[in-house]
Design a protein around this ligand. Structure first.
Ligand code: PLP
Length: 436
């Protein structure tokens, strides 16, 4: 509580940096040098240690400083070029320092999914939060109401996707004595068999009516997530986005946004932001300026698997390319025969929900030289082991470090609480704290 209050007095990015730099390095954080025990994160960062030679233990996940910066800058440029406001999804990293850097790179605010994530962002001074989920938790709504009352600069927008949800929100906010209305957007589902979100236009209108009947909620727009469009292809995704925009246009014609300074239309993960840019460019003039809010999250680290294949930049290479920023380093702890090796990173360390890690390079235990990982394939993960299959070309010995690319940023960040941010030569310039 005391920490919240102190941080609350500081301005967003400074709060994040100050509080994080003061945290003590100790046994809680995997991979960090045992001889750094007791230093603050700020002190350790100032030492500019080398990831390979200055005491880090394996396995250790590193983020590339240059690549993260590249990705932050690229999506800033992309959003600006396409007239989009940006609220990157924070659930990807849950790292307040990255939230702050995203805001420094022009982000309007941060998208989040559940109340705890909102608390993390608020503790580090995030001013604008878009909750891409309906919020029907009375305790969380009570807390949000108090945050809104205490901080006139706090802007909070939440999905609504049912009349029942509106009733629960209204009841909780009235019971909490909320004085500022919570802004809401109606969530359109991405199809009949898709995830959350309203299925029909008629239901959207009924929910908007229910919102209008409250004093605790204010309808400010329409939103959805094209990443859940079933059997997504460019045609289906464009069609669904147009349907969502049409609802916003109809709501506006019906006077549902009367009196607003700004109408919110939001969509967009990291797989279809080109389609979002296309369709949002077609939004006609409405009765108030439109905040076209893109919510990509995975872009910040990008990856070597899922998003490498899905990224819209594959379709529009002229607009740039994201760079995979994670590399997981694990050490060979067993080489029982010519076909097998085992590294000391497993499911606790690597994303495995979409694909297995990909061996990329080997750092020689003796010379420190880095070579291509020819003939080396990760074929499975146990809790604490990576199963490696090798062909005769593979040059791999016990003690070598294997550098791996990962697939799926969200389930990579969540396995590490303090991630070294390393430059290409291995110099660790900072540490990224995550809160999952
Ligand atoms: C509702 C919503 N919006 C935005 C995003 C961000 O998408 P991505 O992780 O592809 O960047 C997600 C991701 O799951 C999401 O569920």
């Amino acid at each position: 509580m005391a920490a919240d209050n102190v941080v609350g007095k500081l301005v967003g990015k400074h709060a994040a940096r100050t509080q994080l730099a003061d945290e003590r390095v100790d046994f809680r954080f995997k991979g960090l040098p045992p001889d750094a025990e007791g230093l603050t994160v700020g002190e350790l960062a100032a030492e500019r240690r080398n990831l390979f030679t200055d005491g880090f233990t394996t396995p250790v996940l590193a983020l590339s400083a240059e690549r993260v910066e590249h990705n932050l800058a690229l999506m800033e440029t992309y959003s600006t070029r396409h007239g989009l406001a940006f609220a990157p999804h924070g659930k990807t990293s849950m790292a307040p320092e990255l939230f702050a850097r995203q805001e420094e790179h022009g982000a309007w605010g941060i998208t989040l999914a559940v109340p705890h994530q909102v608390r993390v962002a608020r503790a580090y001074g995030t001013r604008r939060i878009f909750l891409a989920n309906e919020l029907v938790d009375a305790a969380a709504l009570r807390w949000i109401a108090a945050e809104l009352d205490a901080d006139p600069d706090f802007r909070f927008i939440s999905y609504v996707d049912s009349v029942r949800g509106v009733e629960l929100m209204d009841a909780a906010l009235r019971a909490a004595g909320a004085s500022r209305p919570v802004e809401v957007v109606v969530e359109l589902g991405a199809g009949d068999a898709a995830r959350t979100g309203v299925r029909t236009e008629a239901e959207c209108a009924a929910i908007a009516d229910a919102v209008a009947a409250t004093t605790t909620l204010r309808l400010v727009g329409v939103a959805g997530y094209e990443g859940e469009v079933p059997d997504a292809d460019p045609e289906r995704v464009h069609a669904w986005l147009r349907r969502m925009v049409a609802i916003a246009v109809d709501f506006d014609k019906a006077g549902r946004f009367a009196g607003l300074d700004e109408i919110v239309v939001s969509a967009g993960g990291s797989a279809w932001f080109d389609a979002v840019a296309d369709v949002f460019a077609e939004i006609p003039d409405l009765s108030a300026p439109v905040l076209k809010l893109l919510r990509s999250g995975a872009y910040v680290s990008h990856d070597d698997g899922h998003y490498k294949h899905l990224t819209p930049f594959n379709r529009v290479p002229g607009e740039g390319a994201l760079q995979p920023a994670f590399r997981l380093w694990a050490q060979v702890v067993s080489r029982p025969n010519a076909e097998q090796a085992f590294v000391n990173a497993g499911k606790r360390d690597a994303a495995y929900d979409l694909h297995l890690p990909e061996a990329q390079v080997v750092r020689d235990a003796e010379s420190g030289e880095v070579r291509e990982s020819t003939g080396i394939e990760i074929t499975g993960l146990s809790d604490q082991h990576g199963w490696v299959r090798t062909t005769p070309e593979a040059d791999l010995e016990v003690g070598d470090w294997v550098g791996m690319g990962l697939s799926h940023p969200c389930t990579s960040f969540d396995k590490w609480q303090l991630i070294p941010l390393a430059e290409a030569d291995g110099t660790v310039v900072d540490y990224i704290r995550t809160y999952f």
